[in-house]
Ligand binder design. Sequence first.
Ligand SMILES: CC(C)(COP(=O)(O)OP(=O)(O)OC[C@H]1O[C@@H](n2cnc3c(N)ncnc32)[C@H](O)[C@@H]1OP(=O)(O)O)[C@@H](O)C(=O)NCCC(=O)NCCS
Length: 206
Amino acid sequence: MIITLNHAESKTGQSYYLPDGHELVTIGPYSYIFGQLLVDFYGQHSHIRIGKFCSIKGPITFLTGGSNHRSEWISTYPFLEKAQLFDDSDAIYRTGKKTNYASGPTTIGNDVWIGYDCSIREGVTVGDGAIIGMKALVAKDVPPYSVVGGVPARILRYRFSQKIIERLLKVQWWHWPAELIEQHTQLLCSLPDEAQLEQMERIAKG
Ligand SMILES: CC(C)(COP(=O)(O)OP(=O)(O)OC[C@H]1O[C@@H](n2cnc3c(N)ncnc32)[C@H](O)[C@@H]1OP(=O)(O)O)[C@@H](O)C(=O)NCCC(=O)NCCS
């Protein structure tokens, strides 16, 4: 089943629920999706959590809810799920094992920029501050403040030095109260030089 969400953006965040009430997608405050967000959903309860202040250019596709077949079995064919295609479907239902399995929740951190037409595999975590280049296939976790791209996505570079990344991850500006963020947008739209980092650390300390 493909679930399509169009042009999401909200100051307070928003969620998408399955008809049975299960929360399938959570989009954090201030994050926006320009274009379509497609969830290729395989029926098992799972969760896609998108953090705060993310910029996402659709189309973006998430696979979730049991999108994996068993590569270690002799056949990857989902006999149980397709039992209705067989003459003795009852026998297959009785003896068959479920092929599809889920690989956990998918998490997109905060202040993540995702370029045009990316696909995100079930169960991956994209770290805070990361950039995903257009047309990427994200098949494994993406470290914070890295820039990744390609099929499968590989690290192209880090946005800042490890020292700066550590400091930014400590101040977590996206969790500051909204009025503080509003007051300091100029700071957030500048280079992370020593003076800026020290100012952020002072703000974070309160
Ligand atoms: C990923 C991205 C941010 C990288 O930008 P950048 O840091 O300026 O990168 P550069 O152009 O300097 O390229 C650096 C390397 O990454 C490669 N690269 C750039 N974009 C790539 C992508 N999307 N996928 C794979 N490789 C990519 C370049 O070929 C180059 O490789 P090389 O070092 O072997 O020569 C940018 O290319 C991108 O995809 N932006 C998203 C644009 C978009 O979708 N906008 C929608 C509106 S928000």
